[in-house]
Design a protein. Sequence first.
Length: 230
Amino acid sequence: MHVAIASPPANMLIVTLFYPGGREEAEVLFAPLLALEHVANTTKERPYPDANTILTPKVPWGIRRQYHGVAFATPLRVDFLKSLADSLAELRSQVSPDAAPSMIMLEMTEKENMGQLPVGSMAFAGRQLHHVCFVVARWSIPEHDLVARKWVNKTAAKFDAELERTKHKEGVDINLDAVRVYSNYDGLLLPPKQIIGTNLPRLTALKEKYDPKDVFRTSYALLPKKSTSL
């Protein structure tokens, strides 16, 4: 389930639901959400190719953007969520209407089963009990570059501080040394070590064995660049 703080034009919550089963079971599971007063409700049973395009309108081509993935833990404080909404409104007031597509999207994923396997057992580094948030600024005017990028970094820092507060003051079991970014959001911006963590040496060895020519290299680089000089 994704919960996004977004617009138009004022702040509102956009919830994207996914259930790998029948409609009746999904409606029972999500009944508390479906019962809330809403502006629009487009939930329905749909084929996966269609479901995979639900968020496409929020990610248009041809605009400037900066993404950042950050970690958070539940439960989230209401005051913290309000501060995020206020921060997003402030960005839009500074860059408005250019920054209207910007949003803060919280990924709510059940982590218990995923966390039963040790981090080193598979390549995926996100087998911890925290969740991931997608902070994204979108704008179209180069003059707004600095303001928008600063907002992304400032918002990410808020999440880092809140995660530490949740651990130390709320006593939530969080490993602050775990990988707290997500390759889908930061894969083109950060070095592989920061994304894959302790699994990098093993993953690099598998890459050298099964893809020595580095055919699959559209995201982060696992193999060192080879010199082409004679």
